[in-house]
Design a protein around this ligand. Structure first.
Ligand code: ADP
Ligand code: MG
Length: 684
């Protein structure tokens, strides 16, 4: 029903409500409060502790407006109850002056601060005029809605109440009755009524759970259907492989595969042998040895007469894979080729032709692989390394270079289970746990500016021992005097003033690939002692002799970034150290430093990072693909997600196409709620 049919909504109000995406009474019913205030009883002013968020009910004692010492307009309110006085202050909001009058009854919400007196800055406020028994605004648990200009809490409360009264009984319950019974979920009418006007916190909790469960249930049903469709798709390539091939491959390696590498290899082997296309995510910490596993997958495909390809996000990494794979597979007579934009036009053309006629059996490359002119004769296997650096569309493009090729995506940023169950619900996952044996742990220190001299001394000592060092900066160039240091400026200064007797190198993202390549070769060949760099070295640098990394202005890096950077060291037979220089100023930054110094476990770090940044940021906008959740939060409500997932998958198993009459409503909901968006969810 159009929202305008509710009493008190004219055309003008309807326009304003549209800004909140409230068009119908249904929208209003599902326009949920962002928090609640228990206005059935209030804290007394004498009991207010500085630092705490409080809801107070008090009387306005006086209103004064003036200026602060810094010449900002300030409006002050003294409010009091029987037990004391507290001040409220608003800065630069002169219009508020007209609003408050002495002797008004007022409810305020905010954080109490202790100055020379107790004060709440910029509190949320509501002037209370009524004291009716069934007031929506006082004497109960009161909903606080997200607002826009020209709409007040009171008005929304009134509308919510009207909508509930006139329309809640028309809602149809889409959750199957057996699911509701099993999870002790309330019916939808109860849930909607209580999410707006809860009779108790207990009711509120039940309402909340019910609404979130429903949202997750629909999402998971969609994932279940999607996964089923992929599973049933039998139009892929059957890659056969046998023990002999695996044994032969192992013999080429200078080391033994770890047990989890073997496990991953087996899982991949069996996926590839199947008629349906493989869709597998290989997770493993930095340095855990994903590349060899991928190499074997590529080899299987080539041995079956197909071409195989591996795409990496940077040219440095692509070149490195090219070298590794050529050296490894050359003895088997496999033709490995490199395609990156840094190649000359003639070379590119030559490789393009080799890819087209099938002569290039394994093609290692960057985004260049996605160019329009690049066509494979028969692509059987597509590997995407550091998949989180690519967008969904790019991953899909690579796969489309073949006819339903098998696909393996790899990441060193493990996907916490929470996300794996939502975003990657249609992927199979292999995990490489731990690092190959013999690696020494990395010790991580956090240091501030006053320790700089001893850090420089430490650098010297490492170099005297024959080791090499990375120093990483957040920027290429300095933006301002006060801002974070830059690689370019510091490279010059360090070379001239601090380490004039040593050889320093500089590498950053704005350099041409030829230049980068040259520097990396020199560093690898030990012709450079200290490599000054930006985040470009985050992926794919493998120099086992480097044993120390200093990260400057480390508070400017994200947790996963820090972890990836640190993964560049600890690759040799020497004890390694990582030094985080800087001063964390926020809680989040402090947490990042702490986590880094405490653990090297990539899974724990990923969980922590997800917690700190939230799912959207964690995944990055590029590969977003997160369905938009309105009510649930996949971190906070993970338990509910797991239950909903179980039930939804079971339902889809029993009624795969939602043909049964009683599941019709779920089918409807799938169509309306996740339409379009879910396309993005998977890698497929
Ligand atoms: P990532 O998983 O970060 O891509 P890599 O595949 O680059 O890691 O492997 C890191 C290093 O570990 C490489 O030098 C590789 O040769 C080595 N490595 C891989 N597997 C093993 C193993 N089972 N034993 C010893 N070293 C290994
Ligand atoms: Mg790798």
């Amino acid at each position: 029903m159009d929202i305008r049919y509710l009493k008190g909504v004219g055309p003008k109000r309807a326009d304003i409500l549209r800004r909140l995406e409230i068009r119908t009474t249904y929208d209003m019913l599902y326009y949920l409060p962002r928090r609640y205030e228990d206005r059935s009883r209030f804290i007394l002013i004498k009991d207010v502790k500085p630092g705490a968020y409080v809801t107070l009910r008090a009387r306005v004692l006086f209103v004064s407006s003036g200026f602060t010492r810094r010449n900002m307009r300030v409006l002050r309110l003294a409010i009091g109850d029987k037990t004391g006085v507290i001040y409220c202050a608003w800065f630069n909001q002169p219009f508020l002056g007209k609003l408050f009058k002495k002797d008004q009854d007022i409810v305020v919400y905010g954080k109490a601060e202790r100055y020379d007196r107790l004060q709440i800055n910029h509190p949320e406020y509501e002037i209370i005029q009524e004291e009716k028994k069934d007031s929506l605004n006082i004497g109960r648990i009161v909903p606080i809605y997200p607002l826009t200009q020209d709409v007040t809490q009171k008005y929304l409360r009134y509308l919510a109440c009207e909508a509930v009264a006139t329309c809640v009984h028309t809602l149809v319950d889409i959750l199957p009755i057996n699911v509701r019974a099993r999870r002790a979920l309330t019916d939808i009418c109860f849930a909607i009524r209580n999410i707006h006007f809860p009779a108790s916190y207990e009711n509120l909790e039940r309402a909340r759970k019910r609404i979130i469960f429903e949202e997750f249930f629909i999402l998971q049903a969609a994932l279940a259907m999607k996964r089923k469709n992929i599973k049933e798709d039998s139009s892929g390539i059957t890659h056969s492989s046998d023990e002999k091939l695996l044994e032969g491959f192992k013999e080429l390696l200078p080391f033994e595969l770890t047990s989890s590498q073997v496990q991953a290899v087996r899982e991949i082997q069996s996926d590839m042998a199947d008629t349906k296309p493989m869709n597998r995510l290989l997770e493993g910490d930095v340095g855990s040895g994903k590349t060899v596993v991928a190499a074997y997958a590529l080899l299987i495909s080539v041995k079956n007469g197909y071409q195989a390809s591996i795409m990496a996000p940077t040219e440095i990494l692509a070149r490195q894979h090219y070298i590794t794979l050529s050296e490894l597979l050359m003895p088997l007579g496999v033709n490995v080729r490199l395609l990156v934009s840094g190649l000359g036009p003639d070379k590119k053309e030559e490789i393009r032709k080799e890819i087209l006629c099938g002569e290039a059996e394994i093609v290692v490359g960057t985004h260049a692989l996605l160019w329009e002119g690049i066509e494979f004769k028969s692509l059987g296997m597509a590997v995407i390394d550091e998949q989180h650096k690519f967008g969904v569309a790019q991953r899909r493009l690579l796969k489309q270079k073949g006819k339903n090729p098998d696909c393996l995506v790899m990441t060193a940023t493990p996907i916490p289970r929470t996300l794996a169950l939502t975003v990657y619900g249609d992927l199979d996952i292999s995990v490489i746990r731990g690092l190959p044996g013999g690696r020494l742990p990395i010790t991580t220190y956090c240091m501030e500016e006053d320790k700089r001299e001893s850090v420089y001394k430490f650098i010297r000592e490492e170099i005297e021992k024959g080791r090499q060092v990375y120093i990483v900066y957040p920027r290429i160039r300095q933006k301002s005097e006060a801002g974070p240091k830059s690689a370019t400026a510091m490279y010059n200064r360090l070379q001239e003033e601090v380490f004039p007797d040593l050889k320093l190198g500089l590498i950053h993202g704005k350099m041409s690939s030829g230049e980068k390549d040259k520097i990396m070769k020199k560093f690898k060949g030990k012709k450079i002692h200290i490599l000054v760099s930006t985040i470009v070295i985050e992926v794919g640098i493998d120099v086992p002799n480097a044993s120390l990394m200093v990260i400057e202005n480390a508070e400017n890096f994200g947790l996963s970034q820090l972890h990836q950077l640190r993964g560049r060291i600890g690759r040799g037979d020497y004890p390694s150290s990582c030094i985080l220089m800087g001063r964390p100023r926020t809680d989040a930054a402090r947490k990042r430093f702490f986590t880094m110094s405490e653990t090297q476990d990539g899974f724990r770090i990923a969980e922590e990072d997800l917690e700190l940044r939230g799912p959207g940021e964690f995944l990055g906008t590029r590969q977003h693909g997160l369905p938009e959740l309105r009510f649930g939060n996949i971190l906070r409500d993970f338990d509910i997600m797991e239950e909903a997932r179980k039930d939804a998958f079971e339902l889809i198993k029993r009624d795969p196409d939602l043909k049964e009459e009683r599941n019709k409503r779920i089918k409807e909901a799938l169509k309306t709620r996740f339409k379009g968006k879910l396309e993005l969810v998977n890698v497929g």
